[in-house]
Design a protein around this ligand. Structure first.
Ligand code: GSH
Length: 227
């Protein structure tokens, strides 16, 4: 790769979509410069639009183009660094990984909207209504199926860490933040993600952020704040 890649992201405490490509780039040792644009400030929209045509982050700025949408960024990275096996090397596993990554990208609205990411706090367990339970159960099934079919080579969904784990990392944080009751194998996988060096580096930086969004996760009861 030529010039240094620039990854435009939002607050590390809150921005689940930013975490995904950031984790891929960090875990796979892809050099990049990060630009953090805190959301919900008076100039946030203007600053994001100056970097990303969708008005959303993440966006990856290369010497040739800007790529927005987290999955498109991850695909670009996978194509740019084929030797890194950002997706699983095996074709069957890779198709499965892409399917579950797309399922994450396009779905799980009750979980995403009902339990927004905040990695700097623990909240009381919310009422788990039927749509939320359906999301949680589906996620637990996705994780255990991938682990059983493809995970024998390590603790991640496809054994070694891959883009699929990065796509689900913000889900692992939400299940932790909102103390959602889960099965033992789900708990083990959450702990694996929360102890990944790239996630620990993200969290370390997140806890130093001073921006907060007051009405964030409105309706939830905060139990503990870590900054
Ligand atoms: N589908 C997009 C979603 C991106 C997204 O929603 N990003 C949020 C931050 S996590 C954002 O930029 N929001 C802009 C705003 O709240 O003004 C992707 O996968 O990258």
């Amino acid at each position: 790769m030529g010039a240094i890649l620039k990854l435009v992201i939002a607050n590390k405490v809150y921005s689940s979509w930013s975490l995904r490509p950031w984790m891929v780039m960090t875990a796979f040792d892809i050099p990049f410069e990060e630009i953090v644009i805190p959301l919900r400030l008076s100039d946030s929209r203007e600053r994001v639009l100056a970097q990303s045509p969708s008005g959303k982050v993440p966006a990856l700025v290369t010497s040739e183009q800007t790529i927005w949408e987290s999955l498109a960024i991850i695909e670009f990275l996978a194509e740019s660094y084929p030797e890194k096996n950002i997706w699983p090397a095996d074709k069957v596993a890779r198709a499965h990984a892409r399917a579950i990554a797309n399922e994450m990208h396009g779905g799980f609205l009750p979980l995403r909207q009902g339990c927004p990411m905040n990695i700097a706090a623990h909240y009381a367990t919310p009422e788990i209504n039927e749509p939320l339970q359906r999301d949680i159960s589906r996620i637990e099934d996705i994780w255990s199926e991938a682990r059983h079919r493809f995970g024998s080579g390590g603790p991640y969904l496809f054994g070694k860490f891959s883009a699929a784990d990065a796509m689900y990392a913000p889900v692992a944080t939400r299940l932790e933040t909102y103390q959602i009751p889960v099965r033992n194998d789900t708990r083990a996988y959450i702990d694996t993600i929360l102890n990944h060096p790239a996630y620990l580096a993200w969290r370390h930086a997140a806890l130093k952020e001073t921006w907060s969004i007051p009405d964030y996760a409105a309706g939830h009861t905060i139990l503990k704040s870590y900054r």
